[in-house]
Design a protein around this ligand. Structure first.
Ligand code: 13P
Length: 228
């Protein structure tokens, strides 16, 4: 293993532990993959994150062959998403409490709040239910992720994508926060939805400002000018 690969594996372990620390994962639910070499790196199946080491991360090829430990049972959707979504490098899956409870009702989250736009469209879709670890679940996830950076999985959990490990973690936390806000808003009745033309403006604004991509990303800001 090259020092570069070891470093990436270590970063994956740290991202997994951050999922636990941020309260979006529990037990051995959840998994993480990162595009690398002639395929991708993926977390092993059924291993608690606090004991997982860089060496436990599994190397997989696009044909589903692997080196090392038994890969996550969800390797199919990780592979298929990384293969189809060439704009993304990381797939993060977890059973975060609020996102999963909304997904248990098969609800797609509408644009009740402008931050739904950060996932790439006017809704945060919920994929139809399919048995975990199957090609059916992978197919359902690919459909729900069309033009989106995240989706819910019916009666299962959520998937968040990113160009980087940090971006995918950020997205998963956003999904969880929105799901929590949505459930809280529902206490007062179904909240109104922002119209499509407003969501178009929101998404254009987010794209222009590189919103949510971290401070290092370039973006123009309409109101503030950097001093010379
Ligand atoms: P693995 O431990 O096999 O990754 O499975 C956890 C899970 O969340 C299945 O959806």
């Amino acid at each position: 293993m090259t020092p570069e690969e070891h470093k990436l594996r270590q970063e994956m372990v740290e991202t997994c532990r951050a999922m636990d620390a941020r309260g979006i994962n529990q037990g051995t639910a959840g998994n993480l993959s990162l595009r690398y070499g002639a395929g991708f790196l993926i977390t092993p199946s059924s291993m608690p994150y606090d004991i997982m080491q860089a060496e436990d991360i599994v190397e997989m090829g696009w044909d589903g062959t692997y080196v090392g430990r038994r890969p996550s049972s969800e390797w199919r959707f990780h592979r298929d998403i990384l293969k189809t979504r060439t704009d993304m490098n990381v797939v993060l899956h977890c059973h975060s409490l609020y996102a999963t409870s909304v997904a248990c009702h098969h609800r797609t989250i509408p644009a009740f709040h402008y931050m739904v736009g950060v996932m790439g469209g006017t809704t945060l879709r919920c994929a139809r239910y399919a048995t975990y670890g199957t090609q059916g679940l992978s197919d359902a996830a690919i459909e729900a992720l069309e033009g989106r950076k995240a989706c819910l999985l019916g009666q299962h959990g959520q998937i968040a994508l990113g160009k980087t490990l940090d971006a995918a973690l950020w997205m998963a936390i956003e999904v969880e926060t929105l799901a929590r806000m949505y459930q809280q808003a529902l206490v007062l009745g179904e909240p109104p939805v922002l119209p499509d033309d407003e969501m178009e403006r929101v998404i254009a604004q987010m794209t222009r400002m590189s919103y949510g991509l971290g401070p290092e990303e370039e973006g123009t800001n309409d109101v503030a000018r950097k001093r010379d």
